[in-house]
Design a protein around this ligand. Structure first.
Ligand code: PHE
Length: 467
């Protein structure tokens, strides 16, 4: 069989939008606002920004760079750039596994977002006046959570759309979808933020997000900020590596990594500036936890003029964000089979997507049966950083606290010690630095060699309870 030509992005903008689409997801619109709320705002945000800049961006440069160099998905990339049978390949394998695990429950949460688009469109979030009506809106989530049929239905639909887009391929599927959804996402988010500025709670929200409340910051919060910077930038599992592998030779890695991280951070901050004013203006609390998006927001929409429209806008935004991230998760898993086993794309995507779908069913059922855990409260708590009690939570705990940091550690060490070694011998300094000043290059190198690994090990020790 003739070797098919490897896919490439149609343009640099296409690559940036697709990678930003991977980064911008439930992590930005859902998790970031609520962990900011729980950690008291300001000081936590500042630490998070430091983590993005000092650890996230350098690792992203390393990860995209490895992909671009190898022109292969994770396992093959490590295999190609190191001697055959090298243990580095395990880093790639871990990434494929992480993509599999994360997508299985991510799809369930994304399914909730889609369900909320439907609810909003059918007028469920409008005209609530009495306390009872208002409470009924918040109670939708409990009902959805406990309804196995609905969870399975939306999980199925979301996976089917994801599979459809990835099947079509890099340029016509992933890139086109991102080109449409990402600008739409920015416009919708900006509209929400502008609306939020007209609310009474806006000043209080700004004070909350950008003021310094160092008293509420804990050691655990610092580590949470670091851990989240991996999740939100899609680092440590080969998503950026895989997307980098479809780059053209002439496109630079450094500037694009800054742009992608900048867009991701902007969305996270804008999400706070949209969600907190609304939350405060309707008399709710910032530290509402994971329910911030699925309970607080609908409750506010139901009482606001034009609430149905804002609700549709918001949940479509959430769905788009989740979709472009899910695409990247599936692409990592599928491209392993495409690159390594030479499967045709449709087969790789259908089989891996189908397997992930099946693996996600227990997550979708977590609420309807008591098989996997307790009630609805613990479920929402569990989704992104809960207490390790049920299936859903265990998977997220495993992926976020272990697989991504471990993968990130591997990628940082690989890019800085292994590749740099090879490149030095080949004297390709010019290509490597992309014209950046030598000092900046050396800073990057030593961050990946020492600073980032130490930081990651601290996160893992924290997860182990040693710190
Ligand atoms: N970055 C995505 C988000 O913020 C999640 C994700 C993690 C996507 C890892 C791909 C890989 O929601």
């Amino acid at each position: 069989m003739a070797e098919a030509k490897r896919s490439q992005w149609g343009s640099k903008v296409g690559f940036v939008l697709a990678a930003a689409g991977s980064a911008v997801g439930l992590g930005n619109l859902w998790k970031f606002p609520y962990i900011t709320g729980e950690n008291g705002g300001g000081a936590f945000v500042l630490i998070y920004l430091f983590c993005i800049l000092l650890v996230g961006v350098p690792i992203m440069v390393g990860e995209v760079y490895v992909g671009k160099l190898a022109q292969k998905a994770p396992v093959g990339a490590f295999g190609d750039l190191t001697p055959l049978g090298s243990p580095w390949k395990l880093v790639g394998a871990l990434g494929v596994l992480a993509g599999f695990v994360i997508l299985s429950y991510y799809s369930v949460v994304a399914g909730w977002a889609m369900h909320y688009v439907y609810l909003a469109a059918t007028g469920a979030f409008s005209g609530a006046e009495t306390a009872e009506e208002i409470a009924a809106v918040g109670a939708h989530f409990g009902a959805l959570y406990a309804n196995p049929g609905a969870n399975i239905f939306w999980h199925t639909l979301f996976m089917a759309i994801t599979v459809g887009i990835v099947t079509v391929g890099i340029q016509k599927g992933v890139e086109l979808a991102s080109r449409i959804m990402m600008p739409a996402l920015f416009v919708m988010l900006i509209a929400l933020v502008i609306y939020a500025t007209t609310l009474d709670g806006f000043d209080r929200a700004v004070g909350f997000v950008f003021g310094f409340h160092t008293d509420q910051l804990t050691g655990g919060g610092v580590l949470e900020a670091l851990g989240h910077s991996f999740f939100t930038l899609s680092l440590g599992m080969g998503a950026m590596l895989t997307y980098g592998s479809y780059m053209k030779k002439e496109d630079g890695v450094v500037a694009t990594s800054f742009i992608i991280s900048g867009l991701d951070t902007a969305v996270a901050l804008m999400a706070c500036l949209a969600l907190f004013p609304i939350t405060f203006s309707y008399g709710m609390e910032a530290a509402a936890g994971p329910g911030l998006v699925f309970v607080n927001m609908p409750t506010a929409f139901a009482q606001m003029p034009g609430g149905t429209l804002w609700a549709i806008l918001f949940f479509v935004l959430l769905t788009f964000a989740a979709l472009t991230s899910a695409i990247s998760l599936l692409e990592v898993v599928a491209s392993y089979f495409i690159d390594e086993l030479k499967w045709p794309r449709w087969r790789a995507v259908a089989l891996t997507g189908g397997a992930i779908f099946l693996f996600g069913i227990p997550s979708a059922l977590s609420g309807g049966t008591e098989l996997f855990g307790s009630g609805f409260q613990s479920k929402i708590q569990s989704v992104f950083g809960g207490d390790g009690k049920n299936w859903f939570d265990s998977l997220d705990y495993l992926a976020s606290n272990w697989m991504l940091p471990l993968g990130g550690l591997g990628i940082a060490l690989f890019a800085s010690w292994r590749i740099e070694e090879v490149k030095r011998r080949e004297a390709l300094l010019g290509e490597r630095t992309e014209g950046a000043p030598l000092a900046a290059y050396l800073a990057w190198l030593w961050i990946l060699r020492v600073v980032a690994p130490v930081a990651i090990v601290l996160v893992m020790l924290h997860a182990l309870g040693v710190l």
